[in-house]
Design a protein around this ligand. Structure first.
Ligand code: CTP
Length: 388
């Protein structure tokens, strides 16, 4: 793999990252931007990796020994750590003015793993956020940044380079065995909206983050992913077939239409259990005094799947405010699921979460971490139960 080091104070952590990756068995070749070389020495990376280090696009000697295009052809993965604001901007624009950027541009973005690091105000800037969003849309993967103390010590916030162990773990997932290679899976995400009239609806605050993380993790493990999502503000997950729905009934229909050949269904969507019995064709005008709305049940999609004589492996979610495990265990049995992920309904919309995963075989795992890390834990448990 290629390790591109950008010019930021976090470049010193790229040395430790290189050491961990080599220790884990990766063949690592480093490319340093001119700015990176003001923070760390090429010699450090040469000693850690045992490989030539690319530092100069215009060095006749380096280009002859291992040209930057040969380097890009060779790399199975390109880690950019630290991915500075400057480097992200250049990658977005396709500006190949040093050996690291030029080599990266000749590699498909889906093979890039960006580890951003910068001051928290730079990180929050519209320019950086937009550049990163576009790079993600082109297929780039991102690890971090972590939240914590900045180099200036007086600043705290998101922008710290992810810890070397975290970066190495992300690399391992991308380069590691694709244990879901070619397996068709279906993931649902986000809330549903049940309309009263053209401008009002019944819904919940689900952000869709957990379902999107599940889709991303499955894709990274080689699965063929269909993601059916209610309304969310999240950017699309590249390399995933995405279907947008609004109501529970639309979701039920979309699940049915995309079920062919699917081996695993993960229902992370927060489906409304009721909808208004009548949907007014025009905006309902207010009346004096109390009003009563009649609600009717929506189809229980998961229970419907569980009741079929032949069905894919089923994973449900249970968002609870009390008696978490008891309620989840009841749903596991009632809906005939293989696994259920129980979480506190208070975690809606948050990046980190705490869950208890229960299996119909009696398995129980209590986990906390980022939604992406939890998503991988769910797929680990699915893989153990998936018939070969
Ligand atoms: N679910 C579903 N169809 C519905 C409602 C829920 O497929 N109409 C799925 C959810 O996606 C989730 C699981 O069922 O995976 C549990 O949903 P939840 O709403 O927590 O449980 P309910 O069975 O609806 O029970 P309750 O609302 O009483 O807690």
């Amino acid at each position: 793999m290629l390790l591109c080091v950008g010019g930021g104070i976090a470049a010193y952590k790229a040395c430790e990252t290189a050491r961990l990756l080599v220790k884990a068995g990766a063949q690592v070749r480093a490319a340093l931007t001119p700015a990176a070389q003001k923070f760390v020495s090429p010699l450090t990376f040469q000693a850690l990796t045992g490989e030539h280090v690319a530092t100069d696009l215009f060095s006749a000697e380096q280009e002859l020994a291992a040209g930057h295009i040969a380097l890009s052809d060779w790399a199975e993965l390109a880690l950019v750590a630290p991915a500075t604001a400057n480097l992200l901007a250049r990658l977005r624009l396709g500006q190949a003015d040093d050996v690291a950027a030029a080599t990266l541009l000749a590699i498909e973005p889906r093979k890039w793993l960006l580890a951003p690091a910068m001051n928290e105000k730079m990180w929050a800037s519209a320019a950086v956020q937009e550049n990163l969003r576009i790079l993600r849309e082109r297929g780039a993967r991102v690890v971090g940044p972590a939240v914590g103390e900045m180099a200036e010590r007086t600043h705290v916030g998101p922008g710290r380079l992810a810890e070397p162990e975290v970066i190495a773990a992300a690399v391992e997932v991308l380069l590691g065995p694709h244990d879901f290679e070619g397996v068709p899976v279906l993931v649902t995400a986000g809330p549903t909206r049940e309309a009263f009239d053209p401008v009002r609806f019944l819904s919940n605050p689900s952000s869709g983050r957990m379902g999107f993380a599940l889709a991303e993790a499955a894709r990274d493990r080689g699965a063929q992913v269909t993601l059916i999502s209610g309304p969310t503000e999240l950017p699309p997950v590249s390399g995933v077939k995405q279907v947008g729905v609004v109501s529970a009934e639309e979701l039920a229909k979309a699940v049915d239409e995309h079920l062919d050949g699917v081996r695993v269904v993960v229902m992370a969507a927060a489906v409304a259990d009721q909808r208004p019995a009548d949907r007014a064709p025009q905006k309902i005008k207010k009346k004096e005094g109390e009003e009563v709305v009649r609600l009717v049940r929506t189809p229980d999609i998961l229970a419907g799947l569980g009741a079929r004589p032949q069905h894919p492996l089923l994973v449900g979610f249970a968002a609870e405010t009390e008696n978490l495990e008891e309620n989840a265990r009841e749903k596991l049995a009632k809906k005939n699921l293989d696994l259920i992920v129980a979480n506190d309904a208070g975690a809606f919309g948050q990046e980190q979460s705490r869950v208890v995963i229960l299996g119909k075989d009696g398995a129980r795992a209590e986990l906390s971490g980022s939604k992406l890390a939890l998503a991988h834990a769910v797929w680990n448990m699915v893989r153990e139960r998936l018939p070969r």
